[in-house]
Ligand binder design. Sequence first.
Ligand SMILES: Cc1cc2nc3c(=O)[nH]c(=O)nc-3n(C[C@H](O)[C@H](O)[C@H](O)COP(=O)(O)O)c2cc1C
Length: 164
Amino acid sequence: MKTLVTYMTQTGNTQKIAEAIFGELEGEKDIKPIGEVADLEGYDLAFIGFPVLQFDVPANVKTFISEKTAGKNIAIFMTHAVPEGTEVIHSWTGSATDAAADANVLGSFDCQGELAQPVIDMLLKMDDPQMKAFGEMGPSTKGQPDESRVQKAKEFAKEVQAKL
Ligand SMILES: Cc1cc2nc3c(=O)[nH]c(=O)nc-3n(C[C@H](O)[C@H](O)[C@H](O)COP(=O)(O)O)c2cc1C
């Protein structure tokens, strides 16, 4: 079994989760930024991760999922600023799984990720009131993903791999 962990990150949160997942995987494995992955040839399973940006999957990640995952076993992971369990997260998971319509989606994982200070400063300056509201919730995200979230990501990795 050969597994790929691929991800997009801007401030390191999604990368932290990607590395936790990677560390738990059995068998042959690779970890690469999404920009370095041409296709999923040769992989039995791919974990694909991203930060939620502007209420959706980032466009480059969505394109990757819709163009490269047909017929493949995949699992999705994402980080976001809102607390886990917030209703709107379902729509982000849905957006990723819709893009993966021709893939075999084995699971999805999400957790809170810290808003970095430069991001908070940028969001507070934006005209969009929803983005401003994110900026205001910045301090409540400090330190995420913490060790308990990293642990959950590790369990997710094992659960997904056990499905194959
Ligand atoms: C421009 C921008 C837009 C964002 N939009 C959202 C959003 O719509 N919902 C959300 O929960 N978090 C949003 N975030 C927060 C990020 O998803 C979160 O901080 C994530 O953990 C960043 O991951 P990274 O460190 O891997 O880049 C946004 C961040 C930025 C910079």
